[in-house]
Design a binder for this molecule. Structure first.
Ligand code: BES
Ligand code: MN
Ligand code: ZN
Length: 501
């Protein structure tokens, strides 16, 4: 979809549909009042008659209002003005875009960014509007044999901010577009089934991204992983017919600065291996490469924005399958770091591929490392679908991620990583076990990873609850691409202002 900025008065915007906000308690927003004035008080009349109360969730379409250039006007209920905030704003934009699309409109003029959102400026409003609009009409239908019958015609959406600063609005829109493009890449990759999105497929996609944006991509093959001594990663792939890969992808926007590293779990299907999972909803384990997909999506957004920062993506990728050759509970493997691991449960495979990838990441001399993984079911129980689990020993890095997440509305919640939990990983036979028992599963998984991150500043993001939706709405959410991109935008700004000093 073509997303633009157009700050002409709403009444003059010739288009298939114009979306304007109506509050429940205080009545018409500024652009609704402007339209009302042009058409002789029609909107106020409709309100008085009770045709629209302005409740959040309501939309009333009006056709061919006199003196209004738009062919349709969508009155978008925004709830009580004082309660209008980040979530209701995003929701209103999504509903307006979906409604226009369902009506079969080809273009929409959206005046909703003119509404005030507490503590947020026009840059934020346009950034969010662009992301939300792109996501609202996203469909994954490329694997259906016939094109869907539903009309999907919205091709353009232009936003206005009213009295807001147009320069800031434009820059917000550009960020929103880039983040939206990164999110779309993540969604497409994560939604693909395991028989198509294999480790080799992910490697090809990384190569294509590299070619398009001039990034350096390397794909390490199984024999090279063996030479490097990645016994943990290799133990996970043993049961699979698909060759494993370790993908690295480097974006250079800041000369010789030390890079930020993003390490993404790329299990293209997690059956659990010999510790096999129950059948119910096992298909959702195609999403177990969401961490990897978020790394590629974020690199795309960063490259689109040409951010002055260096980023390296590191993606260990393989399948976790049962087989006569698969790893067995009790097997002991030697990681690239030299530490040994007793694999008590082959379903705790994410940490096994990540630990070797984290050791490998040392060679980039990173200034910070963030790993992203659908790592534990326990995180879904703890935080649900709303917050990413954040675990790090580094308070400054935690603060950066928490703030970036708040701004991007892609939030994280910190869990403890105290040494007290480490002893749950004790093993009688190896340096550590790969599981820490029933209690605090998200924390012990991070404790495991922490043993491979002593040489750099590190944070772990457990995205098991946020990366995809189940049920009727099943599909990737593209989280945490907005969080990671915002984090890097802030790092780039910070480094630039440090360089000036
Ligand atoms: N990929 C799963 C975690 C997961 C579970 C993600 C549910 C999304 C939804 C991971 O590999 C896994 O199986 N973890 C186990 C660890 C356990 C064996 C210690 C889990 O959480 O049950
Ligand atoms: Mn698993
Ligand atoms: Zn997994």
């Amino acid at each position: 979809m073509d997303l633009t900025f157009d700050n002409r008065p709403s009444g003059q915007r010739a288009c298939a549909a114009l979306a304007i906000g109506v509050y429940e308690d205080t009545g018409l927003s500024a652009s609704a009042a402007e339209i009302d004035h042009l058409c002789g008080g029609e909107i106020a009349r409709l309100r008085e008659q009770g045709d629209i109360e302005g409740r959040s969730g309501q939309i009333l379409p009006l056709f061919h209002l006199p003196n209004v250039a738009a062919r349709r006007v969508l009155l978008v209920g925004c709830g009580k003005e004082a309660e209008f905030g980040v979530s209701t704003y995003r929701d209103a934009v999504a509903r307006a875009v979906r409604f226009a699309n369902d009506l079969g409109c080809t273009d929409l003029a959206c005046a909703l960014p003119e509404l005030a959102v507490a503590d947020r400026d026009e840059a934020w409003k346009l950034q969010q509007a662009a992301e939300v609009a792109a996501g609202a009409i996203y469909r994954f239908d490329r694997l259906k044999s016939k094109p869907p019958v539903t009309r999907r015609t919205l091709q353009k959406c232009s936003f206005s901010v009213g009295t807001g600063d147009p320069v800031r609005a434009q820059s917000g829109l550009e960020r929103g577009r880039a983040i939206g493009a990164g999110m779309e890449l993540m969604r497409d990759l994560a939604n693909l089934p395991g028989n198509i999105c294999t480790p080799s497929y992910l490697a090809e996609q990384a190569q294509q991204l590299g070619t398009r944006y001039g990034l350096t991509v390397r794909v390490l093959e199984e024999d090279e992983l063996r030479t490097l001594g990645m016994g943990a990663l290799l133990s996970v792939t043993r049961g699979s017919r698909q060759p494993p890969k370790l993908i690295t992808i480097e974006y250079r926007g800041a000369g010789n600065d030390h890079p930020c590293a993003l390490v993404g779990k790329g299990i293209t299907f997690d059956s659990g291996g010999i510790s096999i999972k129950p059948a119910g909803a096992m298909d959702e384990m195609k999403f177990d490469m969401s961490g990897a997909a978020s790394v590629l999506g974020t690199l795309k957004a960063v490259a689109e924005l040409r951010l002055p920062v260096n980023v390296v993506g590191v993606i260990p990728t393989c399948e976790n399958m049962p087989d006569g050759n698969a790893s067995k509970p009790g097997d002991i493997v030697t990681t690239m770091s030299g530490q040994t691991v007793e694999v008590l449960n082959t379903d705790a495979e994410g940490r096994l591929i990540l630990c070797d990838a984290l050791t490998y990441t040392e060679r980039f001399e990173p200034e910070a490392v963030i790993d992203i993984a659908t790592l534990t079911g326990a995180c879904v129980i703890a935080l649900g679908a709303h917050a990413t689990g954040l675990l790090t020993p580094d308070d400054a890095l935690a603060a950066e991620l928490i703030e970036a997440g708040e701004y991007a509305h892609d939030r994280v919640w910190r869990l403890p990583l105290w040494d007290d939990y480490q002893k749950q990983l004790d093993s009688n036979f190896a340096d550590m076990a790969n599981i820490g028992g029933r209690e605090a599963g998200t924390v012990t998984a991070a404790c495991f990873l922490s043993r491979f991150t002593k040489k750099f500043a590190w944070a772990h993001l457990d995205i098991a609850g946020v990366a995809y939706r189940s049920g009727k709405e099943k599909g990737s959410t593209a989280r945490p691409v907005p969080l990671l991109t915002e984090f890097l935008i802030r790092r780039a700004a910070r480094e630039r202002s440090a360089a000036k000093r």
